[in-house]
Design a protein around this ligand. Structure first.
Ligand code: SF4
Length: 434
């Protein structure tokens, strides 16, 4: 669990975003500290109102960068002018508010599923399908809290999903420490079976997002899973598979169980089955045994697989883990490597968003954004923001068609162009990473 320091600038709305971030961090077991020096990660929730504010934000980011091991910048200035921080040479992760809580971990799996009861939040239903994992990663402290995978029967999870849809859920988020090994403790991995049954047996118009699944578990069911994704429009074409490194030597030291080749085979299988999908992955940069060559292998893998959503985490030690006993790399080297990977991320993710501009896509309006905006998700679970939602009469939970007009580094911007065409999808599609 991480020690975090959070600073908030600007309006009431931004303070509300910080409160929401803090709530999730505390739920996940992270701990606040008073100063950036005492923190594993500092979070700056930025504001951009007038030019003077922007200069202050840049100056404060420079100070935080020097004072803390790892810096995350979120908020309005990060989202509207993230490149300003980059052009000033600030080494930080620029993230949407929603992505901050998961980014605070040290590459560990999420711990937000402490209980296994579903939660309905607006039209989002959160369904933890199991607790625990089948791994023993050397840097992980989550494992101490969650233990080995414990999978309730498929039938039970289908009924919980049905109850969420009946209660008004339009988006069901399947969560767990490692959804890809659901059922392993029962002798058979069953994620594909569960997804197929949810999509086949539950009436209603809804979407399903599958949460984090480690590459090893996914690899064993890649064909079955990709086929289920291809069969059901209800499933967002989205996979979050944290590879963590492009070097098998480092993966071995991390005790990650998978090989790089297995991760690539899984990606290739989804490429074969799906026209358009989002690959989300995570890299840990600066693991104690990572050499220059290992780092370059991670960069090469990144260029090869072209993920559209990436979390780059600079390694930091967590107490009572085996990795904490290893001789660490210097902070300067870790910063240099994470900066190189963050630049590559912005280039590749930026190109992916740029290729969306001008396309039309069906989206689900999922929740309110800041001001009069709404957050939507397309079929590949990309976040798309529509401004002036009330003027357009957009309602949370409705499906509509939008045209993408622009983007920043973490989401696309779009305008509504009408209802979803009967029996069809908007025709502008593209392959992943194109
Ligand atoms: S898969 Fe690894 S990082 Fe995730 S909870 Fe298990 S041991 Fe921790």
């Amino acid at each position: 669990m991480a020690r975090y320091h959070i600073e908030t600038y600007g309006c009431t709305s931004n303070r509300g975003e910080s409160r929401a971030i803090e709530q999730k961090l505390r739920d996940a077991g992270h701990r606040p500290v008073d100063s950036p020096e005492a923190a594993d990660v500092a979070i700056m929730n930025s504001c951009t109102v007038v030019e003077k504010t922007e200069r202050n934000m840049i100056r404060r980011a420079e100070e935080l960068q020097a004072e803390t091991a790892d810096l995350i910048i979120t908020g309005c200035m990060a989202l509207a002018q993230g490149e300003e921080f980059e052009s000033e040479g600030i080494d930080a992760r620029i993230l949407h508010w929603d992505d901050v809580p998961t980014a605070v971990g040290n590459g560990e799996c999420p711990t937000t599923t402490v209980g296994t009861e579903p939660i309905l939040d607006g039209v989002i239903g959160i369904l933890p399908i199991a607790r625990g994992c089948m791994s023993d990663c050397s840097y992980c402290i989550t494992k101490h809290a969650t233990g080995k995978i414990d999978s309730p029967p498929v039938e039970e999870n289908v009924e919980k999903a049905r109850a969420l849809v009946h209660a008004g859920a339009k988006e069901i988020r399947i969560t767990g420490q490692d959804t890809g090994v659901y059922g392993w403790d029962e002798g058979e991995r069953k994620l594909h079976t569960l997804l197929d049954r949810i999509c086949t047996e539950i009436d209603g118009e809804f979407r399903v997002r599958v949460g984090m699944a480690n590459p090893k578990g996914l690899h064993g069911i890649r064909e079955e899973l990709a086929e289920v994704f291809a069969d059901h429009d209800e499933l967002y074409n989205f996979i979050h598979a944290p590879v963590q490194s492009g070097s098998n030597d480092v993966l071995g030291d991390m005790r990650r169980q998978h090989q790089v080749s297995e991760f690539i085979e899984t990606v290739e299988t989804f490429d074969e089955y799906l026209d358009e999908w989002t690959l989300s992955t995570d890299f840990i940069v600066g693991f104690p045994t990572e050499t220059d060559e290992d780092h370059e292998q991670s960069m090469e893998l990144f260029r090869e697989i072209r993920p559209e959503k990436v979390n780059v985490t600079r390694f930091s030690k967590r107490p009572n883990t085996d990795a904490a006993e290893m001789d660490g790399l210097g902070g300067t080297l870790k910063k240099k490597r994470s900066k190189a990977m963050s630049e590559l991320k912005h280039e590749i993710v930026g190109e992916a968003y740029e290729s969306m501009v001008g396309t039309r896509r069906e989206v689900l309006v999922v929740e309110e954004g800041t001001g009069d905006s709404v957050k939507c998700r397309d079929d590949a679970y990309r976040q798309i923001i529509v401004q002036n939602a009330s003027e357009h009469g957009l309602e949370i939970g409705e499906f509509t068609t939008v045209e993408v007009t622009g983007h920043n580094t973490v989401y696309a911007l779009a305008v509504p162009v009408g209802p979803v065409p009967a029996g069809g999808k908007p025709e502008d599609r593209r392959s992943r990473g194109a």
